[in-house]
Design a protein around this ligand. Structure first.
Ligand code: GLC
Ligand code: CA
Length: 550
């Protein structure tokens, strides 16, 4: 059977400007990121997702692009980027970059020309309407910060459509010229050696706007075209998409295996947080019932947190309130009426057992796991920073000046490091955790190593097992090489359960953490928030898979 590198990948999301500052100007850069690659390899990461790094007015963390063919000078030069890619290749690290194709910055030369000159070909790169604009075909993504998706532009004498911020005019992908531009952009970066793209805001990008000339009969053809192009340029490269939709909609973005290779799994993150809030397995059992059939070459990309708000739109109003009550009761922690601007560790009160348990679920549920920088040490958020920037503070490397992130004067940092409280950098940092065998980072390394040695967790066919205890979730997965099983306790108290594996009970099972054989599953003991993993004897080694991905 063909194995795909991305199905066995461990993905790490990193924002260049907050990771490591290589030239002491207070802003992270490619030189800094490059010198930390060995750290990432040691962690067990196999693929980096690098957030936008192009020239930008930077009003939306770089998701407002001014020039798709360049590197933001604050983050380095093109040469620095090329060295970064070369060093990644030497370490077998894959690199995925963001493709922000739904919109540009209003400072992008296309938009500047479009608003200035109605005759220019760039006018039709965007979505315009004369007064009065038609009813919105979508509500703003940022309630509280934006009131409408239409904005009047004096220079253009017309309204333009912007689903996100007003300074991010949407592109018109029904225009073949726009699609051609993005093929040039993808080509440019594929030639630099990257392994694929994260398609930002994928559903919005193809969504019908209700304006003549901006609609295709078959909007998914836009994604199919992108996929075919990428595949033709590099059969090994992938597209993964940000598709925050209900589970019945989600698989449409896989197409017949001819659209996006992987989809960020918002439905899982929502149900996982509900399960954690309720200390109950039920939301995950329900999730397993929604789980769609996935085409052969496709995969879910699972995460607990990303670097946006924890968006809880896939829950009902009441469920969302339960998660708010458990993990973000203070209105200042909430954002856009739908999410929390918090990191994982503080939401779980810094309780390492609980953090590990959540990560263990992430690394055993079907799909490819994604963590974001700082998750491995349990970083916190800074609520004094505006909006989602709260979860984008500099990486905490050590207890030294600026958490070891930068040698600049503290007042020159892009944004302050977290210095106060239990998540302050003197308490939470890589260096201090490296000295402690029971630290979170050590545990995360072991979790990643075990997951890599047992790829069946990621993409075997899976089923949920009855545990007879509402707080305990058990699931097993089977691929041609192995059977694996994981059990998670959501409760704050020890539990003992009995598992009926049916025919699989006749196999010889090994406890993957205790590294010893299991006699039977008559009584499986779990610590408070405990987790246990099992496999049938002699699964294929992950090493073999990695060196020979296809
Ligand atoms: C995606 C990004 C988010 C950004 C938005 C607009 O949702 O994750 O950070 O604001 O796209 O580009
Ligand atoms: Ca710098």
């Amino acid at each position: 059977m063909r194995r795909h590198w991305y199905k066995d990948a461990i993905v790490y999301g990193v924002d260049v400007d907050t990771f490591d500052d290589g030239n002491a100007d207070g802003i992270g850069d490619f030189i800094g990121l490059t010198r930390r690659l060995d750290y990432l390899v040691e962690l067990g990461v196999t693929c980096l997702w690098v957030l936008p790094f192009h020239p930008t007015p930077n009003r939306d963390n770089g998701y407002d692009v001014m020039d798709y063919f360049a590197v933001d000078p604050r983050l380095g030069t093109m040469h620095d980027f090329e060295i970064f890619i070369r060093e990644c290749k030497e370490r077998d690290l894959r690199v995925i970059i963001d493709l922000v194709a739904n919109h540009t910055s209003d400072q992008h030369p296309w938009f500047q020309e479009a608003r200035r000159n109605p005759q220019s070909k760039y006018r039709n790169y965007y979505v315009w309407s004369d007064n009065p604009p038609p009813e919105s075909f979508g509500v703003t993504i940022f309630p509280g910060e934006e009131h409408s998706t239409w904005r009047y532009d004096k220079e253009a004498g017309a309204y333009y459509w912007h689903l996100f911020y007003r300074f991010q005019p949407d592109l018109n992908h029904a225009n073949a010229d726009v699609r051609e531009e993005f093929r040039r952009i993808m080509s440019f970066w594929l030639d630099k050696g990257i392994d694929g793209f994260r398609v930002d805001a994928a559903p919005h990008m193809i969504h019908k706007k209700g304006i003549e000339g901006t609609e295709l009969d078959d909007p998914h053809s836009i994604l199919r075209e992108m996929r075919a192009f990428v595949e033709q340029r590099n059969p090994d490269a992938i597209l993964f998409g940000e598709v925050d939709a209900i589970m019945t909609e989600v698989p449409k973005y896989f197409g017949d295996g001819d659209e996006l290779h992987m989809l960020l799994n918002f439905v899982l993150s929502n149900h996982l947080f509900l399960a954690l809030a309720r200390r109950s397995a039920e939301p995950l059992i329900r999730y397993s019932q929604y789980f769609p059939r996935i085409p052969q070459d496709c995969q879910m990309l699972n995460f607990l947190r990303n670097l946006d708000e924890l968006d809880l739109e896939r829950l009902t109003q009441d469920e969302r309130q339960e998660v708010f009550a458990a993990f973000g009761p203070d209105p200042d922690m909430q954002i856009y009426n739908r999410g929390l601007r918090r990191r994982l560790a503080p939401m779980l009160d810094g309780d390492q057992r609980r953090i590990e348990s959540a990560l263990s679920l992430l690394f055993t549920l079907p799909g490819t796991p994604l963590i974001v920088y700082g998750d491995e040490i349990g970083m916190g958020e800074d609520l004094s920073l505006p909006g989602r920037i709260a979860v984008r503070t500099p990486m905490q490397w050590s207890g030294d000046l600026n958490a070891g992130f930068s040698e600049a004067a503290p007042e020159d940092l892009l944004r302050p490091v977290i210095s106060e409280g239990p998540f302050g950098y003197t308490n939470v940092n890589v260096e201090v955790q490296n000295y402690n065998d029971n630290s979170l980072i050590k545990r995360v390394r072991r979790i990643i190593a075990k997951r890599r040695a047992n790829p069946a967790f990621g993409w075997g066919s899976w089923r949920v097992l009855r545990t007879g205890d509402a707080a305990v979730f058990a699931h097993c997965a089977t691929d041609p090489s192995a059977k694996v099983l994981a059990v998670h306790n959501f409760a704050d108290s020890p539990r003992t359960i009995r598992l009926d594996l049916g025919e699989d009970g006749n196999d010889t099972w090994i406890d993957l953490w205790a590294e010893e054989p299991v006699d039977d599953f008559e009584s499986v003991a779990l610590e408070p928030y405990g987790y246990r993993w099992f496999c049938t004897d002699a699964p294929l080694g992950a090493e073999d898979e990695r060196t020979n991905p296809d």
